[in-house]
Design a protein around this ligand. Structure first.
Ligand code: NAD
Ligand code: ZN
Length: 246
């Protein structure tokens, strides 16, 4: 395992305090899933940020569904990596002292065993009818894009410009204000309101740690930066805090 140095504050908070972990697409990069803004971020030459919108779905639902079908298939084929597993281990060790807030929709945190999880941006595995509002879970990629009411189903994800699921952000913000440490991993911190969570925590006194190989929009406003991948840094952090086999 790569050698890494963490502050004593971070280690102490992990051992005895409340921990909020906030994750983004980068945490799944080591599972082979593309981020929106990184290398290989384009889909058929198009910007995913432009496809993941209600306007795109209204104008061209077939193309948007093709994009999501492919993302669903790739996510189904991928496996959780050491970063996902470390967060599940952390939850096991900390119990109620821990909450995971994710912007990811791929289900890999859940498959690694995370249960105390707030999904800010929904899930690729939930579908919703745009006519009757009926929701389905479709883990086997078998549901049709048409609902039995004749309406069109859409992916149960939050698109750019849409509100977050009711209560999700409040729950996350509430945990941020009570946290002793906020670990931010694998997010460019450009998408609000999620990107505001570390600042909410910090204003309320939490120590903030950013794990990302690249600097981000909030890098100069965190207390500690770990310029490494989540798949290496999260297991190393758990080992440094002696919190179980990661
Ligand atoms: P983003 O694409 O904007 O940023 C990804 C970040 O991850 C970058 O800062 C990059 O430097 C970092 N990164 C890359 N590899 C990493 C690694 N191995 N370890 C740690 N960090 C790494 O992603 P975002 O901030 O999550 O915002 C994109 C939006 O798109 C989110 O709202 C999310 O819902 C959605 N999205 C989800 C997935 C998924 O579920 N896997 C994939 C793509 C996009
Ligand atoms: Zn319907």
């Amino acid at each position: 395992m790569e050698r890494m140095t963490f502050s004593e504050t971070a280690i102490e908070c992990l051992r005895t305090g409340r921990v909020l972990a906030l994750t983004g697409a980068g945490v799944s990069a080591e599972s082979g899933l593309a981020t929106f803004r990184g290398e290989g971020g384009l889909w058929e030459g198009r910007d995913p940020v432009e496809l993941a919108t209600p306007e795109a779905f209204r104008k061209d639902p077939k193309t948007v569904w093709r994009f999501y079908t492919e993302r669903r298939e790739k996510a189904a084929q991928a496996s959780p990596n050491a970063g996902h597993q470390a967060l599940a281990t952390l939850e096991e060790a900390l119990g109620e002292r821990f909450l995971l807030v994710t912007q990811n929709v791929d289900g890999l945190h859940e498959r690694a065993g995370s249960r105390r999880i707030v999904r800010l941006h929904g899930s690729l595995w939930r579908l919703r009818c745009t006519r009757c509002g009926d929701e389905d879970e479709d883990l086997d990629l078998i549901a049709s894009h048409r609902c039995s009411c004749g309406g069109r189903r859409r992916p149960g994800v939050v698109w750019f410009g849409e509100p977050l699921p009711a209560g999700a952000f409040e729950q996350a913000a509430n945990a941020a204000t009570r946290a002793d440490v906020v670990l931010v991993a694998g997010t460019s911190s450009l998408v609000y309101p999620a990107a505001g969570l570390p600042e909410i925590g910090r204003d309320a006194g939490a120590w903030t740690v950013e794990i990302n190989p690249e600097p981000t929009a909030i890098s100069d406003r965190v207390d500690e930066r770990i310029p490494a991948t989540s798949g290496s840094a999260l297991p190393a952090l758990i080992e440094a805090a002696a919190l179980g086999a990661a």
